[in-house]
Structure formats: structure tokens, C-alpha cells
Design a protein around this ligand. Structure first.
Ligand SMILES: [Zn+2]
Length: 185
């Protein structure tokens, strides 16, 4: 009798463990599949967002024709307008700031603040995707360059010394911006 019981235990235990392991394995597989599916979904959504944003691609000659020499220098050659000379430096209109080259909406006047630097300053773009960022190592400085996500125009730089709620300071050339007043009802 005693031997039979022992046998039973010996036989039953591996079975129970096995089924436990199996259910864990299938649970892990399910999660893996869910992650795989959602991961692909995110990839698809990201690429759709990227492609739905119609990029504007023009040759240097075309940009030269369309932009003023100052705009061309700032937006296509990554130049910087002299401080306190830009038309939007001391400007306080209510509306949106668009890319001067392609018209993409970049900033809302609600996020504009007086930084005292001599360039229009914003503490946030219109949306996280409204302004593209790129590391800039020129002039022996480590800075983050901002550019238009649609046409690639250089806008300025972003620094970490801005006011709350973001603590960011988007230091933008007036030459890269085109203000559009808010429609009054
Ligand atoms: Zn643009």
C-alpha cells in the first residue's frame, strides 16, 4: 500500500509540474505574441504618421528663388540672424507661427516668452512632432538644433534653461517664422 502511494505521488508530481510549466509557457507565448502584434502596430502607426506628413523637398536653386537672402541663409545654410534684429523678437500677437518656407505650423503664441536673448523664444512647440530635433556639434558647442519636420528648414536651437512647465527654451530665428493671427470670432 505504502509503495503504491509513493508511486502515485511520484507519477502525479511531474504531471502537475509539467502542466504548470505548459501553462506558463503558453502564457509567455501569448504575451510574446501580444507584444509582437502591438510592436508591429506601433511601427505601422509611426511609419504612417511619418509618411502622412507630406515632406516638401526642393532644390537649393528653388529655395533660393522662393526665400529672401536672409531666409535662405538662416533656413538652408543654418545661419543665425543678429540678436534683436528679427521682426518677431519683441512681437506679442496672438496666433500661430508657421514655417516661413513651407507653412507648417510650428509654435503657438501662447508658449512665447521674453527670454531677453534677442530671438523669439518659446517653451514648447505646437506639438511634440511639430519641431524636429538634431544634435549639433558645430562651433565647439554641444547644442540641439531645431528644424521644420516638413521641409527640413533650420529654425534655431533648443536649450534647457527655459521657464516651466517644460523648462525648455526654443530659441528661433524670426527669419524662419511666419506669424498668422488668430481668427477672431
Ligand atoms: Zn518647413
Amino acid at each position: 500500500m505504502q509503495i503504491k502511494v509513493t508511486k502515485k505521488i511520484v507519477i502525479l508530481r511531474p504531471k502537475a509540474e509539467e502542466s504548470k510549466n505548459r501553462s506558463f509557457a503558453s502564457l509567455r507565448m501569448t504575451w510574446f505574441l501580444i507584444l509582437l502584434v502591438t510592436g508591429n502596430w506601433f511601427l505601422v502607426t509611426a511609419s504612417e504618421t511619418e509618411s502622412s506628413m507630406n515632406k516638401v523637398t526642393k532644390s537649393d536653386a528653388e529655395w533660393k528663388k522662393e526665400l529672401t537672402p536672409e531666409q535662405y541663409h538662416v533656413m538652408r545654410e543654418k545661419g543665425t540672424e543678429p540678436a534683436f534684429t528679427g521682426k518677431y523678437c519683441q512681437f506679442h500677437g496672438e496666433g500661430v507661427y508657421k514655417c516661413a518656407a513651407c507653412g507648417a505650423v510650428l509654435f503657438d503664441s501662447k508658449t512665447k516668452f521674453d527670454s531677453g536673448t534677442g530671438w523669439p523664444s518659446f517653451w514648447a512647440p505646437m506639438s511634440p512632432a511639430s519641431v524636429a530635433l538634431e544634435k549639433d556639434d558645430s562651433f565647439f558647442m554641444e547644442r540641439t538644433e531645431t528644424h521644420c519636420p516638413v521641409c527640413g528648414a533650420h529654425l534655431g536651437h533648443v536649450f534647457d534653461d527655459g521657464p516651466q512647465p517644460t523648462g525648455k527654451r526654443y530659441c528661433i530665428n524670426s527669419a524662419s517664422l511666419k506669424f498668422e493671427e488668430k481668427n477672431k470670432p
